[in-house]
Design a protein around this ligand. Sequence first.
Ligand SMILES: Cc1cc2nc3c(=O)[nH]c(=O)nc-3n(C[C@H](O)[C@H](O)[C@H](O)COP(=O)(O)OP(=O)(O)OC[C@H]3O[C@@H](n4cnc5c(N)ncnc54)[C@H](O)[C@@H]3O)c2cc1C
Length: 387
Amino acid sequence: MIYLNCKNSIIGGGVVGLSVAMNLAIANGKGNDICLFESKYLGYGSSLRNAGRFRVHFGDENNLEFAVESSKYLNSLSKITGMNVLFAKTGYLWIASDEASYNILKNANSTFKKWGVPLTEIPSEELYKKYKFLRKRNEIISGFLGKEDGTIHPDSVIFGMARKCKSLKVNIFEHSNVEDISIRSGKVESIKVNGSKVETERVIIANGAWMTFFSEKLGLNLPIEPVRKEISVTEPFAYRIEPFIVDSSLHTYVSQTLKGEIIGSTSTGAEPKGLVELGNSFLWLKKYAERLSRILAGAERIRIIRAWSGYYEMTPDRSHVVGRSNDWPEELYVIGGFSGHGFMLGPLAGKLMAEYIFTGTMPRLLRPYSPERFKTGKLINETFVIG
Ligand SMILES: Cc1cc2nc3c(=O)[nH]c(=O)nc-3n(C[C@H](O)[C@H](O)[C@H](O)COP(=O)(O)OP(=O)(O)OC[C@H]3O[C@@H](n4cnc5c(N)ncnc54)[C@H](O)[C@@H]3O)c2cc1C
């Protein structure tokens, strides 16, 4: 019989679960009482299906402050994990091609300035000189460049965190599906993994879009809705598109990987909701190809070679949910609902969650994100969602 010391059980081996595990182990100086269960393989979920971008520019000031701190934490990950995560401030270029988008960016900029992260407005005639790959379009009013935003490499983040966890003796179990969480006398008692009972003192649910399963099973009432999002890369070209271009009136984002592939996506407005099959659709491919040709000069001659999909885990206020509710069983925690921002915000959220568990005090930055807010109505007002 194998004895498992799973005082702390973490469900989900994405960037969020790994960050909680790694930071708990760092705080404790060892990870041998931490078990991380992943039903498939590390990074199977959205964590290895995303665009690998981060930004500090959010519409809500709680999120803005969280993102500014997150960016600093992302920048420290190479040192912490011992693996180069290729953090680079390559910028976000927001294209305003209608009055409404222009006004939103212009108005938000006064808040961004207050936080020391202003956007630089670039009028259209200068825009084409600076970014020669942009196709000229009469409707473009201005570009807004966010120099503090950028890119980070998902593979190195996931495998760097996993390597650090292993060096601290965290027990990582892949192909280990958590099927149930048992509660006894109002407290977490055990979990069922691949049919076997594992005793535990604490459970941290960090399984991204799949959180809906435990929310329903345990009556947690977490308003998280998976939405399938598609994304693709083209064949590689010489590296020219440094910023991440966000064209909100065309509902499209596009950039280039270091290898030279043009990576991007568009929103059709018909994205399927729920845990639907992770496939791709012709409708999406057609819309993306059309819109890409409107944004990039010469794009009609470029071949898309690979497309895939993943879930955004949407909440009603498009912001994450971290912590617990007072009426839940003791020692049950959740961390998720990142609404498409989990790769940039999840690592810091995981670190702060570990701090909360280790000290028993909720860190200030996490307080707005309690699941209680959906009962009290103290919602966050996030409007800057891309994709
Ligand atoms: C197309 C696309 C582009 C994106 N681009 C960006 C971006 O540029 N920047 C950004 O910040 N974010 C981006 N995101 C969002 C980001 O990828 C996610 O918010 C983030 O990865 C969520 O991490 P997670 O660890 O919470 O969830 P996941 O990475 O989904 O991990 C959850 C894991 O839990 C496992 N699991 C599920 N149920 C169980 C169970 N019962 N037992 C054990 N394991 C279980 C799953 O297999 C999965 O591996 C994008 C998402 C998509 C789909």
